[in-house]
Design a binder for this molecule. Sequence first.
Ligand code: FAD
Ligand code: NAD
Length: 468
Amino acid sequence: MQYDVIVIGSGPGGYVAAIRCAQLGLKTAVIEKYSTFGGTCLNVGCIPSKALLDTSEHYHNAAHSFATHGISLSNLKIDVKKMIERKDDVIAQNTAGITYLFKKNKIDSYEGVGSFVNKNTIKITKKDGATEELTTKNVIIATGSKPTALPFLPIDKQRIITSTEALNLSEVPKHLIVIGGGVIGLELGSVYARLGAKVSVIEYAKSIISTMDGGLGKELQRVLKKSLGMEFFLGHKVTGATAKGKKVTVTAEDSKGQAVSFEGDYCIVSVGRVAYTKDLGLENIGITPEERGNKIPVNDHLETAVEGIYAIGDVIKGAMLAHKAEDEGIYVAERIAGQKPHIDYNLIPGVVYTWPEVASVGQTEEQLKEAGKKYKSGSFSFKASGRAKASGDTDGFVKVLADAETDEVLGVHMIGPRAADMIAEAVVAMEYRASAEDIGRICHAHPTFTEALKEAALAATANRAIHA
Ligand SMILES: Cc1cc2nc3c(=O)[nH]c(=O)nc-3n(C[C@H](O)[C@H](O)[C@H](O)COP(=O)(O)OP(=O)(O)OC[C@H]3O[C@@H](n4cnc5c(N)ncnc54)[C@H](O)[C@@H]3O)c2cc1C
Ligand SMILES: NC(=O)c1ccc[n+]([C@@H]2O[C@H](COP(=O)([O-])OP(=O)(O)OC[C@H]3O[C@@H](n4cnc5c(N)ncnc54)[C@H](O)[C@@H]3O)[C@@H](O)[C@H]2O)c1
């Protein structure tokens, strides 16, 4: 079969690229090695983790917040099996949605491992070893990523686990040790802490979510300790872990170089992810992944050194986020169709789905300081928000950073209720190069959490927040 475009991998990068290619009239096929579409995000990432976060949030609220509303419950229990079944059902609904969209857009799909025979020929190796070859004018590599393992710390997938196994536990851990205080560690740590586990986070850096604006990590750590009893061991270098029966022992060096150890019943290793290029046959087309992170090198148009071969999503440089992969999928499809699309990488929002949620777009204070940029900063605390008082979600704040001379918004960083959804307003404003005053003058419905963004913008404009 001859195609205009073959997409290898059906995660958010690959499936979105394929749909956009088909919309643009290109004859398109997708090759996916697993039996369901959707990649990491739909099967073992974004969607299942959010399903468990929602269940655990309901449970935690029932256990700890309902009473303040005058709602009493007795005999509250969590049925872990049911929680996991519901999560699996949510995954199934989403992956079935991709099957439907492929059919609707007349995209051919093939199950098997895709590999390059040469730049125009892709071999599919099926589960039973049978092979088939397809020819194509263009290829989009969207093979994603896998969890990073520490070389000295073997993952047994039973007690020492990655995010994938943590989405399928059959019990609530008594003491869950999380190695890595990044997004995965904090989201999945929150799930089990809300269900009653003791959770200890061991983090190498001096703060959690250390790549985000500094104020966010500090506030998140404070709230997770206060509301969920999570413990944080920062500046700790993990040196090993062993599992024996139901017991896991993790050893580390603390910030003073002293040996310390932790005992628990499960340990999640969440120290980042590495690009996945195994079995792609890149050597057959002369592409060598970068040594650090195994990423496929691409130019500014996401094309590899081989003409007509593109790569997108987690397998290339940049943030490992589903929406970044999706935007790159659309970008490449439109380039192949001869259009001139654009992605502003400074405006890709980052979200952590803890409670409170954390969300960011644009530059952090640390980045602005390092660049020597003069900026103004305005913050507004949810303690002063009427909506937050009504729902009992008064932790957190919104911070707006604006150019000291032009007032253009340079970054927005928030931690608080529904921050994941609220950040979209900041992204839109920044896409249109709004000033802080522009946001401050826009009418925001009352009472909403979004008023906090307006107030922070007013504070940045001229220290003129109304409710602070
Ligand atoms: C627990 C967890 C939670 C996450 N939560 C979020 C979140 O809330 N928001 C967010 O933005 N991001 C989140 N992410 C990150 C997000 O999942 C990834 O950034 C995203 O899935 C990357 O998309 P992708 O298309 O590049 O690759 P992937 O989704 O990894 O898809 C790659 C696909 O390629 C297939 N493949 C690989 N090699 C071959 C081959 N040779 N032949 C055929 N098929 C192949 C794989 O089987 C896979 O299906 C999360 C990740 C994890 C692990
Ligand atoms: N909500 C979301 O958007 C979301 C959710 C989950 C995952 N993801 C994506 O998945 C990717 C992987 O997530 P992640 O949490 O594994 O990675 P991460 O990069 O977010 O965090 C890893 C953390 O581990 C720490 N670390 C590294 N080596 C260590 C060591 N030896 N000992 C102790 N700590 C160590 C790092 O300092 C870092 O804080 C991220 O790129 C993220 O963007 C996104």
